[in-house]
Write a new protein. Structure first.
Length: 115
């Protein structure tokens, strides 16, 4: 009889630990992977690294003064739009991650508040 109570207590504590490990450790890793995948997809769309690498080159190999000036202007705009998109994606992920971290505590808070 004493063994079964001890076993149930150990399993109860283990399951609470396993839940928090799954929720916070594995969930954080999943959020990190999704964030990196989303930023990589945005980089494929806006090509920030390529734009930075070729920033002072003229567009479409037009080496006239107009081509050189327009190349810098258009690439600056592309970098600004890409940076805004990256910050917006990261901001959304940070907000979702903060909510993800708060859900267990908010659940316990509201459950305790009702009693």
């Amino acid at each position: 009889m004493d063994f079964s109570v001890t076993y149930l207590l150990v399993r109860f504590v283990y399951r609470i630990y396993a839940f928090f490990h799954h929720w916070y450790i594995d969930g954080s890793a999943a959020f990190g992977r999704r964030l990196m995948a989303s930023l990589a997809a945005a980089d494929r769309l806006f090509a920030l690294r390529v734009t930075i690498r070729h920033f002072f080159e003229p567009l479409y190999k037009d080496y006239t003064i107009v081509g050189r000036i327009l190349g810098v202007i258009f690439r600056t705009g592309r970098l600004a739009i890409g940076a805004i998109a990256d910050f917006a994606i990261a901001g959304c992920f940070i907000l979702a991650y903060a909510l993800w971290l708060a859900v267990p505590f908010l659940t316990l808070y509201y459950a305790a508040k009702t009693f």
